[in-house]
Design a protein around this ligand. Structure first.
Ligand SMILES: C[S@@+](CC[C@H](N)C(=O)[O-])C[C@H]1O[C@@H](n2cnc3c(N)ncnc32)[C@H](O)[C@@H]1O
Length: 426
């Protein structure tokens, strides 16, 4: 990498040359990565490069982890490379997709289960007492015809598919058709009703989705799964984790996505909650945390304090959520340090944003956090994000725009690498 850093304040991250070897524009991604939409998905090739990079530093990489595993991009690539993977994400929809992606399926079984699901769907009548179908939020997003069909389809899957792995496969398919079968504005990542949208027919959408997933499975490069994936808050000790050789991850952002809100159709339909807002709690980057600004100021590192002070002058409420975010990220770095074996490494992919002309310098904050925690051989690279060059802003619903008053999206992001020393200083 270009620069080894021992003092975060002397390095000018924004003027680092763009390193084209971290540009994955031409790298083919396996179709399994596209079986379910997920915001802020990680470019798949980064995992392979991260493993190679760690090995070039004589780290023997048997186990890779991702504490913000999202839809399982790192999981898939790690298992594909025949290494063990351990991951967690606070969002149960994310871990459902991640588990589904990192397995191989017998196509004959998929076909057999699919035929049984459709036969059962046809025979089942709509159960008017289905709690999900009666949820007010579901009624807000779906027309009655789709509600009845989705309810029958979900019951058919649960009744017919007895093997857990295949049941997750079909529930993942079910989850990915929800947006197109709802009134959710098609091009919007964020929740917004399209009053003139004609939602898709449930069975047609399901059939197309299963076909696509079968094709992906046909090209699947995973033959055996070594993935252990949990729904958990990485900041708590709710699940046991192994000690790992390498951790590859991209943290959540603040000021951009409210993850719990984005996945509400799936969390409600899959019965993970009857109030999607409960998932905001614990989600790093949520704007709905408590106000602990004065406590935070003492704990924030220098970069965090600097950004929070600047934000205080322009937007006090945003300043509170950003301070919570940086405290959470500092704790996440502590957690990462504990999880890595002595001599092992971490590789983060992280981007900056801007809010009302205040630069939200996540990369510098992370760099300082790694150094404070005791990581050594800390290095940074700047890489181009392939498809974000022409429209560098996002509007209120998350669509790309050239409107300069919207939230700025940088067309570059950073790769930050650090190593846990073999011997710790006392
Ligand atoms: C940038 S995304 C990761 C995307 C992932 N690399 C992929 O390719 O899908 C960040 C993830 O962090 C998760 N997250 C937020 N807070 C968390 C927490 N406290 N513990 C675990 N995961 C969390 C979000 O649900 C989201 O999936």
């Amino acid at each position: 990498m270009e620069v080894t850093i021992d003092n975060y304040s002397t390095v000018e991250l924004d003027t680092l040359p763009i390193n084209d070897s971290w540009d994955g524009r031409d790298v083919h991604e396996n179709l399994m990565h596209r079986i379910h939409a997920y915001p802020a998905k990680f470019p798949a090739f980064i995992t392979t490069k991260a493993i190679q990079y760690a090995e070039s530093k004589d780290i023997k990489v048997d186990t890779v982890a991702d504490i913000f595993c999202g839809c399982g991009t790192v999981a898939y690539e790690t298992v594909k490379a025949n290494r063990h993977f351990w991951g967690c994400d606070i969002n149960p929809v994310a871990t459902l997709i991640a588990r589904t992606k990192s397995r191989h399926y017998d196509d004959k079984k998929i076909a057999h289960y699919y035929a049984d699901i459709i036969n059962t769907f046809v025979l089942l009548s709509f159960d008017e007492s289905d709690a999900v179908a009666n949820n007010e939020r579901i009624k807000y997003w779906f027309l009655q015809e789709q509600i009845e069909d989705l309810s029958r389809l979900k019951h058919a899957i649960e009744r017919v598919v007895t093997e857990e792995t295949y049941r997750e496969f079909f529930l993942c398919a079910f989850s990915n058709i929800l947006k197109s079968c709802s009134r959710w504005l098609t091009k919007s990542i964020k929740p917004q009703v399209d009053p003139i949208k004609k939602p898709h027919n449930v069975l047609n959408a399901f059939s197309t989705q299963v076909k696509m997933m079968r094709k992906a499975n046909d090209q699947n490069e995973i033959k055996r799964s070594f993935a252990d994936i949990h729904t958990a808050n990485c900041l708590t000790n709710s699940v046991e984790h192994p000690f790992v050789d390498l951790l590859v991850t991209s943290p959540p952002y603040v000021t951009s996505y409210e993850y719990a809100d984005l996945h509400q159709l799936s969390t409600l339909w899959l019965g993970y909650t009857d109030d999607y807002r409960t998932f905001r709690e614990g989600t790093i980057g949520s704007l709905h945390g408590e106000n602990k600004l004065s406590e935070h100021l003492k704990e924030l590192n220098n970069t965090g304090q600097d950004i929070v002070f600047k934000l205080y002058a322009v937007d006090k409420s945003k300043c509170r959520s950003v301070s919570q975010y940086y405290i959470d990220m500092q704790n996440a770095v502590k957690k990462v340090y504990q999880m890595i074996k002595p001599g092992g490494a971490v590789l983060f992919v992280i981007g900056n944003t801007e809010y009302k002309n205040v630069k939200i310098d996540n990369a510098r904050h992370l760099l300082e956090s790694l150094l404070n925690e005791g990581f050594t051989e800390v290095e940074a690279e700047r890489r181009k994000i392939s498809n974000k060059i022409l429209t560098p802003y996002r509007d209120a619903i998350g669509k790309f725009t050239t409107d300069k008053n919207s939230r700025k999206i940088y067309s570059e992001e950073f790769i930050i690498f650090g190593r846990k020393p073999l011997w710790e200083k006392h």
